[in-house]
Design a binder for this molecule. Structure first.
Ligand code: SIN
Length: 422
């Protein structure tokens, strides 16, 4: 058995930011199912959105609400937008190298449904650059113990209060703590056609269902318009929305444009799927040749990857297909990431504040992780610990074989309840 003040499950941006922002006097055990780098945050390409200045506030809020079909929780959107600049400042404090021009000014890009360029980025691997900086900091913090290749098998809850988790790596063991944070990602790995890591497959939501923890909007899932089409791939490689933001266009098999590439993601994905149906084809194309910038300089990771597969993105049309990308719904939390179980918090994609509504605005996910990860840490920092720690040496595990079925059932129920409300 092990013990600490806080347990964090998951090593994406939400888990790491929470770990780094919790007072260093508190001991933290952070467990992650594979390596620290194997999170969907690491794969994020496009960027992280933030308010330009106060004159952008209403516009940014409206962009987020419009993309979300006005199903968003307004207080969560206000919080996200109002705390966005502080989120960027925190990342810079941890050494994230946002791309800048020769004069040192921050560069800003655009993606679908944003009415202005307000997205900060690090080349075309924003997630990797952010994660590398946060991982480097987490590794030198003496209060953070990292357990890789470790799964959370169960949440230990008594009388509505969490007191630890059962976990496993080479052995099975319990960890006891005052606070637990779920930061273990969404449902992507459950879907065959996905941009997500296969192992990030609904563990957090599965644990929540097993324990009767409240969910919210679990049927709201996002399909990204432009994943690279390959005949056989375990995970579809993303072609960032910022590629369209910088001027790439979508073409059908007759080389004709068939949609406005910068509408919200769900609209563009539907347009592509309809066009595929109409043409009876398995993919459509993205054309990089309309981009005015040097694509190798602006998108080095994407263009290198395409070249490795034999495409010359300056010349060739690249096949794309919509793919599962993001879970908007999840474990219901308040604005400080609290679930309905005392001392249990949830942040990032596993959580649902309602901030994204029915469809997330591009580049609001890394931002959500930083803003609500910081709020979660603050809530824990100021919490009084006026309860004795429980030790219960029985190890337990939920039935992971049933997780997919349980989640599908809850998605169907959520869909049904939403249809009956219309
Ligand atoms: C992308 O680069 O298209 C993905 C960014 C996001 O999911 O917001």
């Amino acid at each position: 058995m092990m013990e600490s003040d806080v347990i964090i499950i998951g090593s994406g941006v939400a888990g790491l930011i929470s770990a780094l922002e919790i007072d260093q006097s508190k001991k933290i055990i952070l467990l992650t199912k594979k390596r620290l780098e194997d999170s969907n945050s690491y794969l994020a390409q496009g960027g992280i959105s933030a308010l330009l200045d106060e004159t952008d506030r209403e516009r940014y809020i409206e962009d987020t609400l419009r993309a979300g079909h006005y199903k968003n929780t307004r207080s969560a959107v206000d919080t996200l937008v109002d705390e966005s600049r502080a989120a960027i400042a925190s990342l810079e404090k941890y050494g994230v190298p946002f791309s800048r021009d020769a004069q040192g000014n921050l560069l800003l890009t655009r993606e679908g449904a944003h009415s202005v360029n307000r997205i900060r980025y690090c080349e075309d691997q924003t997630g990797k650059f952010i994660m590398d900086a946060l991982i480097a900091e987490a590794k030198i913090r003496p209060n953070i113990k990292i357990l890789e290749d470790t799964r959370c098998n169960d949440l230990l809850i008594r009388d509505g209060k969490i007191y630890g988790v059962s976990a496993s790596n080479k052995t099975n063991f319990n960890i006891y703590a005052n606070f637990t944070i779920l930061a273990c990602g969404g449902l992507g790995g459950l879907f065959e056609n996905t941009t997500n890591f296969r192992h990030i497959c609904g563990d957090g939501v599965g644990l929540a269902i097993d324990k009767g923890i409240d969910l919210k909007d679990i049927s709201y899932i996002q399909i990204h318009p432009t994943a690279l089409y390959e005949d056989n791939s375990d995970r579809r490689f993303l072609i960032s929305e910022s590629v369209r933001g910088e001027g790439a266009v979508l073409l059908n098999h007759k080389k004709e444009r068939f949609t406005d590439e910068l509408r919200p993601r769900d609209v563009v994905s539907s347009a592509i799927l309809e066009e595929m149906k109409r043409e009876k084809v398995k993919y459509e194309f993205i054309d990089f040749s309309t981009i005015k910038l040097d694509i190798d300089e602006r998108f080095p990771n994407i263009t290198n990857h395409l070249r490795e597969l034999g495409y010359d993105p300056r010349r060739d049309l690249v096949p794309i297909v919509p793919a599962f990308h993001y879970t908007m719904g999840g474990i219901r939390v308040d604005l400080d990431a609290r679930t309905n179980i005392e001392n249990l918090y949830a942040v990032g994609e596993v959580a649902c504040t309602g901030v994204h509504g029915q469809n997330r605005l591009a580049s609001n996910s890394l931002l959500e992780s930083v803003v609500f990860g910081k709020r979660c840490a603050k809530a824990i920092n100021i919490s009084k610990i006026d309860f004795p720690r429980i030790y219960d040496l029985a190890w337990s595990s939920i039935d992971f074989d049933k997780v997919k079925k349980n989640i599908e059932e809850r998605i169907r129920e959520d869909e049904k309840s939403k249809t009956s409300q219309v």
